[in-house]
Design a protein around this ligand. Structure first.
Ligand code: ATP
Ligand code: ZN
Length: 285
């Protein structure tokens, strides 16, 4: 039987979330620690564990059909692959930082500087687009110590909280790219593999939607039922059930995480009581 071959990071920041996503998609994988590859027991999927930097190339070459990798790596490696879906984890930004004491007004201040980075392609493109002449010094790790040891005047590196920069006496001055983990695929998948990818994608999207939404239950006074239902459109329309206490109804619906607190406030203003909000495991619209 044909299997979809997926490349994920062997160890590092994307490994656990990638494995978790597969699990949430109902795919059981034997734990692959210290293994090069493993198989799913209940989905036609083989998983290869690789360094993240190599994943775009493996997918372009068709050694793997699909892969999970940061957008930063996809852009840097410039391989011919399709970006299929953003996955909502591994969020970070690729930023330029300079020593705390250096005054910085605009990107023009980078002119003539030496910038240490592991992302020479992306940085070069940024400098070109902004018409800045600066030197790029490519290093593969511990970029944040480069200014401290006199290797460069600035760095361009991945940042999430900024604490590493701070600890090294640096300040973030430009965000070049915002990144998250993405699902990539080979550009010439056979029809059968494409169908398997669509099956997997359907599950991934259901998991993502569930994470962005909450199930809400509340008690509404019947005299304000209409206003309360308007606040909760849900997937089609809310479920309304009478309570034993006449004059009150139980309303069930789905709310988006982003609108959540605004909606709760309006619900309370309209007399809603006993509001319960519970997570959704899967959501199929
Ligand atoms: P590998 O051994 O696979 O080459 P690595 O050291 O290059 O691993 P990690 O540090 O594990 O890579 O980061 C993997 C990806 O996680 C990054 O390419 C990026 O997309 C994402 N990421 C999220 N937050 C951060 C962060 N604060 N710093 C670095 N990467 C981050
Ligand atoms: Zn790497």
């Amino acid at each position: 039987m044909i299997k979809l071959r997926m490349a994920i990071q062997k160890s590092g920041r994307l490994h656990d979330d990638s494995m978790k996503l597969l699990k949430e998609c109902g795919i059981d994988i034997n734990n692959g620690v210290n293994k090069l590859k493993t198989e799913a027991s209940n989905f036609p999927l083989e998983v290869f564990f690789l360094r993240d930097d190599d994943i775009p190339q493996y997918v372009e070459d068709g050694v793997a059909d699909i892969g999970i990798v940061g957008e930063n790596v996809v852009l840097e490696k410039q391989r011919q692959v399709n970006e299929v879906e953003k996955l909502g984890f591994g969020k970070c930004r690729l930023s330029v930082a300079v020593s705390k004491g250096v005054s910085y007004q605009s990107s023009k201040d980078l002119s003539g500087l030496k910038i240490a980075t592991s992302y020479p392609v992306i940085v070069k493109d940024f400098l070109k687009k902004n018409n800045i002449a600066a030197d790029i010094h490519e290093i593969s790790g511990s970029v944040e110590i480069a200014p401290g040891i006199g290797l460069s005047n600035a760095i361009c590196d991945l940042v999430s909280s900024g604490s590493t920069l701070f600890m090294n006496g640096l300040k973030e001055v430009e965000v070049i790219l915002k990144s998250e983990a993405v699902l990539i695929s080979n550009q010439k998948l056979s029809l059968e593999l494409e169908q398997l990818l669509q099956k997997l994608l359907f599950r991934i999207q259901a998991v993502k939607k569930a994470k962005n939404n909450k199930y809400i239950l509340l008690n509404a006074p019947n005299n304000n039922l209409e206003a309360i239902c308007k606040l909760l459109p849900g997937m089609k329309s809310p479920t309304v059930l009478p309570l034993a206490d006449q004059g009150w109804s139980s309303v069930h619906s789905v709310v988006n995480e982003n609108d959540f607190w605004d909606i709760i406030e309006s619900l309370k203003e309209n007399g809603a009581e006993g509001i319960l909000v519970v997570p959704i495991e899967k959501m199929i619209i």
